[in-house]
Design a protein around this ligand. Sequence first.
Ligand code: PMP
Ligand code: GLN
Length: 395
Amino acid sequence: MVAMTRSLVQRMEGFGTSIFTQMSQHAARFEAVNLGQGYPDSDTPEELQQVAVRAIRDGQNQYPPARGLPLLRSAISAHQERFYGLSVDPDTEVLVTVGATEALAASVLALVEPGDEVISFDPSYDAYPAAVALAGGVHRTVMLRFGDNGFDPGDLTAAVGPRTRLIIVNNPHNPTGKVFSRSELEQIAQIARDHDLIVVCDEVYEHLTFDGFRHTPIATLPGMAERTLTISSGGKTFSATGWKVGWVHGPAELIDAVAAVKQFLTFSGAAPFQSAIAHGLGLSEAFFDDIAANLQRRRDLLAGALIGIGARVSRCQGSYFIMADVAALGVDDAVSWCADLPEAVGVAGIPVSAFCADPTTTKTLVRFAFCKDEAVLREGITRLARLGRGTEAQA
Ligand code: PMP
Ligand code: GLN
């Protein structure tokens, strides 16, 4: 037998098992209300399910084209025109991927040489540093402040060096719930233009914005369409996270590069789900308004409950998530607090440090997801309220 000295490549050491997998397993073990991993309880709209079933019955069961079904590429193009006035050529400027996750990984792998630098905000979705590590790149971060979720544009300028290739932006933002304002997007765009950088903008929560805030794709800013890869997915918008239909659009030359990588990662994704998401992208404005309004109500419920137990919450204008500072509950380490919470109180949350290059700045922050059925959310809130009463339930 050959002695195994090491299995995992060095550049992936330190990433461990995703916090979402860990916390969902933990929540299941203790039958906790899972406000950790961000997936909705509500089911995919019936008419989308019917399209997927029909597509299977009609024999749409072989490989779709590597760039995605023409029907879906056209629907993505029409959606970008309808909501944002963006003109996107479905034949040359769109690539369908296996979720936004593959779009991100393929973009970074296609554009980042070993030693190139990639900037993102801290905290950020955990797939970004992992994709950079897979490409052999160097990850630089710019801090988002707790509370107003703002950043110092000087920090962003300072993070740019001679090897910087990409800025990854996530808008609306996981885990903070931040929606970047137009002026913040202008600041990022200015730096990208000045330093000739490509922006990869992950917009999977594009339709989940609250309080009248509207999503602005950074690609709509002057001089940005030619240097931006815009990524999204049907997972959040259509409560279909398990279908893993994502996409990326941008200038043909960049899309060619991403497609060159994507064909060797998965070649193509599941055809019947692509048909169904194409149908979804054409639904009425009322559908898109409703999902945001429903979520906003649940955000308010959870935010109120967190404030009620003495936590501070940061401003949440979009996404599935809200961040709470639980220091006032006597917590000094959110990692161990979150590890104990499912057993002690019957609720799961995610320590924000899991999204951070510098975990010391977020030691007492926890992310909670509110994309759950109202009854489930209310049960979670009832359980969390025990913490506010300082009972034996303190985790
Ligand atoms: N980006 C962000 C910011 C996310 O929160 C997620 C999680 N769903 C993804 C990408 C992954 O999306 P998908 O499931 O479409 O791969
Ligand atoms: N995006 C989801 C979250 O942030 C989970 C994605 C996953 O499980 N990989 O919770």
